[in-house]
Design a protein around this ligand. Structure first.
Ligand code: ATP
Ligand code: MG
Ligand code: FE
Length: 333
């Protein structure tokens, strides 16, 4: 089965051709980061306009690279939420056009399910498995009990972890998105500021990062006022130290309640080197017989390949959408 998939929920325009949900024949990603950087975040109107400008080229490049024609394609899949409404609509419109013009079935995909199924390119998923979804807008622990069956066990009560990275990065003078650079600085700094680890004592699977963000910002502002010179690397390491303690605490709490043989980490923050190292060490320390699955870096951020992976499952179930499909900007599981 060949699926042409579209992703345009935020600031990446992406089109992929995926074989059997497992093999990436092409995965074109046009990022708009440069256009948004001077505003310190994604500007929705700018994002939609870029999607309009890029999408046709992405389709052509994806088909060229995969060396396929429309006759080879079996279905068209598209992200319909969550995300920015104007951005989502461009992908949806493009996917509908291709589906209508070539008489192909249309599959509507949840972007978050897509992030989790980026793991499908790395391993054979075994059910049930646990997913730690850490991205720019979401922080969730999800138990996946069967193909395409998601159960949210824990969620953030305020900021998402990627969002927290971007906000504290801004205070450190780092361009949006700041996650990668904060991660690099954290690797050379020391965790000396002892920032709060919210909710780690609480017996639930929820997260909170806004207190950590505020503590960080207050510490930096206080230092500015008294002309104290703080090490940015130490600040980054202290922030990341708290983040990793929180993520690790809640993840292993969830795994204790639901023992599984695979832990999938997905979303933009799954690219974090500190997180990769920490979870690996925690599993070894506990002597757990569990596979730790991280998607390759290119598949951690937004991309259409992951949309094609989950779309294959929906294709097999006969879960199709019609041409009245609309976006759902606040879609969750
Ligand atoms: P969502 O998927 O929740 O709708 P999104 O699509 O905007 O949100 P992603 O593209 O999955 O989010 O991830 C982007 C986020 O990942 C940004 O906040 C970015 O700072 C963060 N990020 C990227 N690399 C790293 C890293 N190495 N360490 C920490 N954060 C990172
Ligand atoms: Mg993005
Ligand atoms: Fe995303």
């Amino acid at each position: 089965t060949l699926i042409m998939s579209f992703e345009s929920s935020c600031d990446e325009t992406s089109v992929a051709i995926i074989k059997n949900g497992k093999e990436i024949l092409s995965n074109i990603i046009a990022t708009q980061i440069k256009s948004h950087q001077r505003f310190g975040g994604v500007v929705p109107e700018v994002a939609s306009r870029h999607h309009v400008e890029e999408i046709t080229r992405c389709i052509e490049l994806a088909m060229d690279e995969a060396a396929v024609t429309y006759d080879d394609i079996d279905a068209v899949a598209v992200t319909y939420g969550p995300g920015l409404v104007g951005s989502l609509l461009i992908g949806i419109m493009a996917a509908k056009t291709v589906a209508f013009a070539h008489n192909l079935p249309l599959i509507k995909v949840n972007h978050l399910a897509g992030h989790i199924y980026s793991a499908n390119f790395v391993t054979d998923l075994q059910y049930p498995f646990m997913a730690l979804l850490v991205s720019g807008g979401h922080t969730e622990l999800v138990l996946v009990t069967a193909p395409g069956e998601f159960h949210t066990l824990g969620d953030t009560r305020d900021d998402a972890v990627g969002e927290a990275y971007d906000k504290i990065g801004r205070v450190l003078g780092i361009n949006y998105p700041a996650g990668k650079q904060v991660d690099q600085m954290a690797a050379v700094g020391n965790d000396v500021f002892n920032f709060p680890r919210a909710m780690v004592q609480e017996d639930n699977l929820d997260f909170s990062f806004s207190g950590l963000k505020s503590a960080f910002i207050n510490r930096v502002h206080h230092a500015d006022q008294v002309h104290e010179d703080l090490s940015k690397d130490d600040l980054a390491a202290s922030f990341q130290g708290a983040v990793l303690d929180i993520l690790s605490n809640k993840t292993f709490r969830a795994l204790k309640q639901h023992p599984v043989s695979q832990l999938v980490v997905a979303g933009g923050v799954a690219a974090n080197q500190g997180l990769r190292k920490r979870l690996k060490e925690e599993i070894e320390k506990r002597n757990m017989d569990m596979e730790l699955v991280f998607p390759p870096l290119r598949l951690c951020g937004d991309n259409a390949a992951m949309i094609g992976a989950i779309a294959q499952i929906q294709y097999e179930k006969g879960d199709f959408a019609d041409l009245s499909l609309n976006s759902d900007p606040s879609l969750d599981f």
